[in-house]
Design a protein around this ligand. Structure first.
Ligand SMILES: [Zn+2]
Length: 389
């Protein structure tokens, strides 16, 4: 078993305190479970892209920024040379087995705590506790509002019963979570009317919803109702509410996921004090940085944008850091399905931030002590504060 080191990926020389802050264990404040089973090549390829479909005949998803990055940064964790072919990589992966691969890659990412979105709870995915055990880290749960709603909608209740059960179930699930998450961007888009819907409108919409409860929730009135019910719970329990923004899979209409569409809702919930956490945001990360700069309760990350832009990701991080207050940005890998995505998220966060910090220090803009403090805030301090870890 090779020694697990997180600092061999830093691309530039840095003063010791900055280096130490960059390699320190981070809080991954948004991720999903990885698969516990061994994967075929086509299953693996589908999990290293948000496309959800095979690459065109005769091509491979390894010919993407993330695919190249797996060969570069994950191969050494499996005792291979950097840049080995996909076939060699996958054959070594199969030889080691999923449990050992997950253990090596998650540990090499250098994570102190995983905050796991459990909205896609499938038996083949590691649970939050298993992610923690496998990765040698703490683990907590972030509950997905739309999943709770789906369970309540299919429980065979009346419209009035649905409204009450939704509130009760949210309270129960929130009691053991460190945060709530919405994928409204996937359902009605983020440009919804920000006001709390009336009870009459909710009951009428619920009646229609319950006539076909297996369908996914898309009715904007019920999405708004769900969000405002979440605000009530979040305020009671001092929980933040995460929103998926920007980059996602082919289910998403990208233009409806621009976080600036949430401005009215952000304003409306400001009196509650509930932190609003904008996830991923790419290619709207500049809009997100602006929102974090002007609203005291807004936080941001670039999440999987770093993994999927890979060798180009320092530019994305640099754009986020143009404006974002440093006490507002967090790290997440948004890994899902394969542990490679967790390691890549961590590698590119550290590499990109190292470059930006080295430039600021070299230009005499920031002291090394400030650079170290900022790396610490973004890597773990902000998340510990906001999620009260
Ligand atoms: Zn995610």
């Amino acid at each position: 078993m090779p020694e697990i080191r997180v600092d061999d990926a830093l691309p530039v020389p840095l003063p010791d305190p900055v280096r130490a802050a960059l390699v320190a264990p981070m809080v991954d404040h948004h991720c999903h479970g990885v698969r516990r089973d061994d994967l075929s090549r086509s299953e693996f390829e589908t999990l290293i892209t948000e496309a959800g479909t095979p690459a065109p005949p005769g091509t491979t998803h390894f010919d993407t920024p993330a695919g190249m990055a797996i060969r570069r940064w994950c191969a050494p964790a499996l005792d291979l040379e950097p840049h080995v072919s996909p076939a060699v990589y996958l054959s070594r992966r199969a030889e080691l087995g999923a449990a050992e691969v997950n253990r090596r890659l998650l540990r090499k990412a250098g994570i102190a705590a995983f905050l796991v979105d459990t909205g896609l709870d499938r038996p083949e995915l590691l649970s939050a506790a298993e992610m923690g055990r496998t990765g040698g880290a703490a683990a907590d749960e972030v509950v997905r509002l739309e999943q709770i709603e789906q369970e309540v909608a299919t429980a065979g209740l009346s419209a009035v019963g649905y409204v009450k059960a939704l509130r009760d179930e949210l309270a129960v699930r929130a009691a053991r979570a460190v945060g709530l998450k919405s994928i409204a961007a996937y359902r009605c888009g983020l440009g919804f009317d920000p006001s709390r819907p009336s009870r009459g409108a909710v009951i009428a919409s619920a009646g229609r919803r319950l006539s076909d409860p297996k369908e996914r929730l898309t009715d904007p009135v019920l999405v708004r109702h769900l969000l405002w019910a979440a605000v009530d719970v979040a305020r009671e329990r001092s929980l933040p509410l995460q929103f998926h923004c920007g980059y996602g899979d082919a289910d998403l209409d990208l233009h409806r996921s621009d976080p600036s569409l949430l401005t009215g809702f952000i304003r409306a919930v400001a009196p509650s004090g509930m932190p609003v956490v904008l996830l991923h945001c790419y290619p709207f990360h500049r809009q997100a940085a602006y929102l974090a700069a002007v609203f005291p309760h807004v936080y941001v990350d670039v999440g999987l944008a770093l993994t999927y832009t890979a060798a180009g990701s320092a530019a994305v991080l640099r754009e986020m850091l143009e404006l974002v207050p440093f006490h507002k940005q967090m790290f997440s890998s948004d890994c899902y399905g394969v542990a490679e995505l967790c390691l890549l998220g961590a590698v590119y966060h550290r590499r990109g931030l190292a470059r930006v910090l080295a430039d600021r220090i070299a230009e005499g803009e920031w002291s090394a002590a400030d650079a170290a403090r900022i790396a610490h805030m973004i890597g773990s301090g902000n998340a510990r504060r906001v999620y009260r870890l």
